[in-house]
Design a protein around this ligand. Structure first.
Ligand code: FES
Length: 286
């Protein structure tokens, strides 16, 4: 009996640990496979503990057998009662610990299971990663290798993918997907930007989110003659002269434009983050 109780206790401790590790792994954004393994192992251990408890530790069915009276002396009766009570106390004491372990295991797994709920309610939890990128006022535009981009680096009809300075490299791989920005240059005389963005295309330089507003593919192609950015996934097409307005395809809206300026030393820097969420339109409704 004691061995079975020890087995149940070990299974419950494993379940508790798995719940804690799952929460930590999920919160840190580490390997999703490890998080899933913790969840499976945790709930598996809890289930195994419940089965052992129910099958081996719970009293079996009550069976009553008729028998004749077997009188014994008062002394024997008292001694037997003492023995039974002592044993019952020991069992109840151990079982109390097991019940507490059960509660702990269920609580740990329950708290761990709450973490993924954050993904469904980013605004409720204050996590607004989909609405913002790493771009901020004053941050310079750099290439993937970290070198700063100068206005003179781009000729008319050229295109370059840029990122916020200090946010490039393997450790920023997730942010880079959202921060990726295409920089194009067109003759300034052709610009037809909305009045509120009149200064966002210095010397004909324009910066747009590289994440397609349809389904998130990289908008990586530029039709220089037509001044159009083109998404190869489903052919959404955006006019850079009007500030990234959609002119064709399934995208529901234009490409967000990044406000930029030219510094006295000729390098380019952002005037702030994108004024609207980047990427697919459903992010706006999150
Ligand atoms: S993802 Fe760009 S058009 Fe569909």
């Amino acid at each position: 009996m004691r061995k079975l109780e020890l087995l149940v206790a070990i299974l419950l401790v494993v379940a508790m640990l798995c719940g804690g590790v799952f929460a930590a792994v999920y919160a840190l954004g580490a390997q999703i496979q490890l998080a899933a393994a913790m969840l499976v192992l945790g709930f598996g251990s809890l289930a195994a503990a419940m089965v052992v408890w129910e099958r081996r530790l719970m009293p079996g069915r009550v069976s009553i057998e008729d028998r004749g009276s077997l009188p014994s002396g008062e002394e024997k009766n008292d001694a037997a009662a003492q023995t039974l009570l002592a044993g019952a106390d020991a069992i109840v004491g151990r079982r109390t610990w097991l019940v507490r372990l059960f509660g702990g295991a269920i609580a740990a797994l329950g708290v761990g299971a709450l973490f993924p709920l954050r993904s469904f309610a980013p605004r409720l939890t204050g996590i607004d990663q989909l609405s913002h990128t790493s771009w901020k006022f004053g941050i310079r535009l750099v290439r993937e290798d970290g070198t700063a981009v100068r206005a003179s680096d781009l000729e008319n009809d050229s295109i370059l993918t840029v990122f916020p300075e200090g946010r490039v490299g393997p450790q920023f791989i997730d942010e880079m997907a959202n921060d990726a920005t295409v920089l194009v240059r067109v003759p300034p005389a052709e610009l037809a930007l909305p009045p509120a963005r009149a200064t966002w295309g210095p010397q004909g330089l324009l910066a747009f989110s590289k994440v397609c507003t349809h389904a998130g593919c990289p908008v990586a192609l530029y039709r220089a003659k037509a001044r159009q950015l083109f998404c190869p996934c489903h052919q959404s097409t955006f006019d850079v002269r009007t500030g990234g307005g959609r002119i064709f395809g399934p995208a529901a809206r234009g490409l967000p434009q990044l406000p930029i300026a030219i510094a006295p030393d000729g390098t380019l820097h952002a005037l702030g983050d994108y004024p609207e969420p980047i990427g697919p339109g459903y992010w706006e409704r999150a």
